[in-house]
Design a protein around this ligand. Structure first.
Ligand code: GCV
Length: 716
């Protein structure tokens, strides 16, 4: 065909080929592979699926996924058999057959470990076979998903040879779902768990949810909010939890619950919840026994204690270790674990809030039981668009530590703004604590390779809800996907994850793929630029946390306000955390103290986190701090406009439904970015008393106008 004719055909036909899509299928779309020759090549290479007789549930799930996936991708029903009868069989096996053991050797299986898999295409009796081999059923399931991903990515089967194993053992979502189905910091509808209807009535979505988790290698979920409700531990609710566990089990997803520390009083009739009181310990032991009778593969507890009003051991003058260990002893006979959160800042401590977790937890190092994992948010403050890594990761060498990341975008534009978070999580995982010498990254601490081995945990605060597309913003599905992929392999690059997700979700149109990848990869930095650039943090609107609120100055406690964090005055801007200020810097390794402690060497993206900097301070660009700040806010707005242009250029390359969904959100995001820029610059200008530099658009309203926009907004 002549190029011009091809162009005409593709521009006229492409939109007709694009079926409306509501996003429900996530990255598991299995639409027919458009290239007929590739489809034929795959169909020729997979003649039948061989699975063991009487497959156990996880293998049955793997089988069903392969059948459905291949049917969708290839348009063919590939027969399922229990013995290979043809050339090009796809064999799902645990290496009991001697011939499998001969082609996948012991070293391969060691590398695949407990949950990993080997994917291999081998020559066999003059023909070929494709193998999914694993030590356990879960590995077969993950291998099946990996093979389907391989085909969806249009890669050749010819030299298929992959060994993959998760680096972290417990890869969990944390749902902040209340029992009335409100989701704290949830922006995608209501909680997925229909407590009133359970256990009898089971939404098919439970299965789809667990399947989605398995497809990206997640193997557990904490289904209740850390701001916990003890009712979940009562018998009627445990029966409901058991029903969910039954739906999740065939996908290798175990349930965990949050434990409200005062449950012995609230539902147990005791007078105290003192962890050192034998009656309290006995109550928990009985409760745990009941849980395991009801849910035999229950994973364990997640606890938020003595934090933001939650009850805890300190109510009885006991330590976090006393509380965690009492629960850990109760679940230990069942191999359960306790994830004890380190997100604490005391109402009675006036020290810099970001120091308090180390102050409180570091002295407890080595005092926790082996099945306790102290769960630490990535930054010392609270999931800000950018903050340095939490120093607690480097301060507890004798304690198992988990990383808690936030998939839901509480401070990054919720489900309106586009912010792809893999680059942010990469920054955290790669951060070097120097705890054990150079190279002691957070990833190596969390996966146990730097110190203690078992159990290792990573948690992501879920962004899912009842919205048809699961995550509110369609492109926020990429964050759920990215969390799962990084939890499995924390060395994956953001580029690789973005590219995988884009292709699985939008297909292989080159222009669409490169444009969406570019949009995703720059989007988090864009949000930083228009909301909290140069190391500013926590200057968002009060309560709902959406949009700007640098003026917030009166709340229940000082360290909830914005003025506490930005410290704007006539001299300058930023929080002095060096020795002349709060000295939070001292909680880091000397290497970081040296770099971050000097205003000249501190990276500019953390400058105002560590220093109170004069408005006329000369930045690397040669501009003053004030001018640089203004231009960063403007850059953020310009970048959102570029995002809109990029997306608009895809019209006709993406189905109308998804195109419009994203286009509307990007338009709103531009409005919000302008709101951030104008609010923050007008507000800070009161202190800097300097004009806007050339290139920065002036605000169209006075400051008072911006203060009212997001205040007490009904419907939030
Ligand atoms: C679940 C922040 C959020 C709260 C959240 C808390 C936590 O403060 O705004 O909604 O509560 O973190 O992580 O416990």
């Amino acid at each position: 065909m002549r190029p011009i004719f091809c162009l005409l055909v593709s521009s006229l036909l492409l939109p007709l080929l694009l079926r409306a899509d509501d996003g429900y299928r996530l990255w598991l779309r299995y639409d027919p592979i458009p290239d007929a020759s590739l489809r034929q090549a795959y169909t020729g290479a997979i003649s039948e699926i061989v699975i063991p007789e009487n497959p156990r549930p996880l293998v049955a799930s793997a089988r069903d996924e392969l059948v459905a996936g291949l049917r969708g991708l290839l348009g063919a029903d590939i027969p399922v058999v229990t013995k290979a009868t043809r050339d090009n069989a796809l064999i799902l096996g645990i290496p009991r057959d001697p011939w499998i053991a001969a082609v996948v050797n012991e070293a391969d299986l060691r590398e695949a470990g407990v949950e990993g898999y080997v994917l291999r295409r081998i020559a066999h009796e003059g023909g070929h076979r494709t193998l999914i081999v694993a030590n356990r059923d879960s590995g077969l399931l993950y291998g099946a998903f990996a093979l389907l991903r391989h085909l969806q990515s249009h890669q050749s089967l010819d030299n298929l040879n992959v060994i993959s194993a998760p680096k972290i053992q417990r890869r969990l979502l944390n749902h902040w779902d209340d029992m009335n189905r409100h989701v704290e910091r949830g922006y995608a509808g209501f909680s997925l768990w229909e407590w009133f209807y359970l256990p009898e009535i089971r939404d098919p979505r439970y299965r789809d949810y667990a399947r989605a988790l398995a497809s990206i290698g997640l193997n557990g979920t904490v289904i209740t909010n850390v701001n916990a409700n003890a009712q979940i531990l009562t018998a009627p609710y445990l029966a409901k939890v058991a029903a969910l566990a039954q739906e999740f089990r065939p996908w290798g997803v175990r349930i965990y619950l949050t434990a409200r520390f005062s449950a012995p009083i609230e539902i147990g009739g005791l007078k105290t919840a003192d962890p050192l009181d034998p009656a309290v310990a006995a109550w928990w032991q009985g409760k745990v026994a009941e849980i395991y009778r009801t849910i035999p593969d229950f994973g364990g507890f997640l606890v938020k204690a003595n934090s933001e009003g939650q009850p805890g051991p300190q109510d009885y003058k006991r330590t976090h270790a006393d509380g965690a260990n009492m629960l850990a002893d109760a679940v230990q006979p069942y191999n359960g674990i306790v994830m004890w959160r380190a997100f604490v800042y005391s109402p009675d401590n006036n020290d810099d809030r970001v120091k308090q977790a180390v102050t409180e937890f570091a002295p407890l190092d080595g005092k926790f039981r082996q099945n306790v994992i102290v769960q630490i948010k990535n930054g010392p403050l609270d999931f800000m668009p950018r903050e340095p890594f939490s120093p607690l990761f480097g301060a507890m060498p004798n304690t198992r530590l988990a990383a808690e990341l936030q998939i839901t975008q509480e401070y990054l534009g919720q489900s309106i703004d586009l912010a792809f978070l893999a680059p942010m999580w990469r920054e955290v995982l790669d951060a070097d604590t120097y705890a054990n010498g150079k190279g002691t990254t957070i990833a190596s601490i969390v996966d146990g390779s730097a110190k203690l081995q078992h159990p290792s945990v990573i948690a992501g605060v879920a962004n899912t809800g009842t919205d048809r597309n699961w995550t509110g913003h369609l492109l926020a599905q990429a964050n759920w996907y990215a969390f799962g992929r990084l939890a499995w392999d924390h060395q994956l690059s953001s580029e690789k994850i973005a590219d995988e997700w884009t292709r699985l979700t939008f297909g292989h149109d080159d222009t669409a793929v490169s444009t969406i990848n570019k949009m995703l990869l720059g989007s988090r930095e864009t949000v930083v630029n228009y909301s909290m650039p140069l190391g500013l943090t926590h200057i968002m609107a009060e309560g709902h946390h959406y949009g700007p609120g640098p003026w917030v100055d009166k709340l229940g406690r000082a360290d909830w306000t914005s003025v506490y964090y930005h410290k704007a005055d006539e001299k300058g801007l930023g929080f002095d955390r060096t020795a002349t200020g709060s000295n939070a810097l001292a909680q880091y390794a000397p290497e970081w103290q040296k770099l971050w402690g000097n205003v000249e060497t501190c990276p500019e993206n953390l400058l105002l986190w560590f220093h109170h900097v004069s408005w006329d301070h000369k930045m690397k660009s040669g501009r003053t701090l004030w001018d640089e700040l203004c231009l960063r806010y403007q850059q953020g707005v310009d970048e959102v406009r570029a995002l809109r242009r990029d997306w608009d250029s895809l019209k006709g390359r993406i189905d109308e439904e998804r195109f419009t969904h994203v286009a509307q959100r990007l338009a709103r995001q531009e409005k919000e970015a302008i709101n951030w820029r104008d609010s923050c610059l007008l507000y800070f200008q009161q202190f800097s008393k300097r004009p806007l530099p050339t290139g920065v658009e002036p605000a169209t309203h006075p400051l008072e106008h911006y203060k009212q926009i997001l205040r007490n907004m009904p419907g939030f």
